[in-house]
Design a protein around this ligand. Structure first.
Ligand SMILES: Nc1ncnc2c1ncn2[C@@H]1O[C@H](COP(=O)(O)OP(=O)(O)O)[C@@H](O)[C@H]1O
Ligand SMILES: Cc1ncc(COP(=O)(O)O)c(C=O)c1O
Ligand SMILES: [Mg+2]
Length: 271
């Protein structure tokens, strides 16, 4: 028995719903073998309203992890939270060195519930080093506005303009997640492959228990690509997967409710 192998270069969410924890759980649900190179550790303070602390890992240690994983070989890779510009440049270098062709860039800039960009200098570095190497980029509404430098996105038309810009910056495909942030009666994402726009629409779920939805979506796309599916098919299936995960999101404590990463396999496709 062999398995397809995936790599996530991302941060640790100590609360378990997002970050590498979401990625590895999602890889498992897709029957691919997940490995991770940790870039940063995120903690939450229970005595200060769950406020986030972000602790980057030394770039040398990140490189050692990548050396381990890439010596084995991978079928697809994703990035999530990247702690520093050095780590972003390292990721780009490794993509080139190992000729990694299947790369999902989830340009994590903010955690839900937090409203400031954690590491603004990383946005420029992602634009320069990672977008040109991405098979697909998966920004949320806010991140797409930052990458495209178009300012806040409010309508589907704004999303289209930003998608074109992000494609011009080098990402071969883009999916902008309207999610809960877009004022619209559906949870609407816009997919663009450089030629045509496709809208992915599901009912908007009335829940705040969606922590880790973005990571789960990108990790599902990565798994589907590793399993040999086309980019469009991978995105479509990931949308079903994440919708089920959000539908079964649950209360971890008074501050956070993670998605249920295994919901799609456990309860089937209800959407
Ligand atoms: N309340 C919701 N109901 C249904 N789908 C949602 C909801 N919130 C987010 N989604 C979907 O979950 C996926 C992740 O999006 P989002 O939560 O916006 O990403 P991020 O976690 O990166 O901010 C997208 O497909 C989005 O449309
Ligand atoms: C390590 C890490 N990565 C990514 C995220 C973003 O998560 P989401 O999937 O909700 O966008 C978070 C949020 O807490 C995080 O802690
Ligand atoms: Mg996200």
């Amino acid at each position: 028995m062999t398995m397809k192998k995936t790599l996530t270069l991302a941060g640790s969410d100590s609360s378990g719903g997002a970050g590498i924890q979401a990625d590895l759980k999602t890889f498992q649900e897709h029957g691919v073998y997940g490995m991770n190179a940790l870039t940063s550790i995120v903690t939450m303070d229970p005595d200060n309203e769950w406020s986030h602390g972000v602790y980057p890992i030394d770039v040398e240690i990140v490189e050692k992890q990548l050396t381990t994983i890439l010596s084995v070989g991978i079928d697809a890779m994703k990035t999530g939270m990247l702690g520093s510009v050095d780590i972003i440049e390292l990721g780009a270098r490794k993509i080139d060195e190992f000729k990694l062709e299947t790369f999902v860039l989830d340009p994590v800039m903010v955690c839900k519930g937090e409203d400031e960009v954690l590491q603004p200098e990383n946005t420029d570095a992602m634009r320069e080093f990672l977008l040109p190497r991405a098979t697909i980029a998966t920004p949320n509404l806010f991140e797409a506005g930052q990458l495209a430098q178009t300012g806040p996105l409010k309508t589907v038309d704004d999303m289209k303009k930003a998608a074109i810009k992000i494609h011009e910056l080098g990402a071969k495909n883009v999916v902008i997640k309207g999610g809960k942030a877009l004022v619209h009666d559906k949870a609407l994402d816009l997919f663009y492959d450089g030629e045509a726009f496709t809208l992915l629409e599901k009912d908007k779920l009335d829940t705040t228990y969606n922590h880790g939805a973005g990571c789960t979506f990108a990790a599902a796309i990565t798994s589907n690509l590793a399993n040999g599916k086309s980019v469009k098919e991978s995105v479509n299936e990931a949308k079903y997967f994440v919708t089920a995960a959000i539908k079964h999101g649950w209360r971890l404590n008074e501050y956070v409710g993670p998605v249920m990463h295994g919901a799609y396999n456990q309860f089937g496709n209800e959407n």
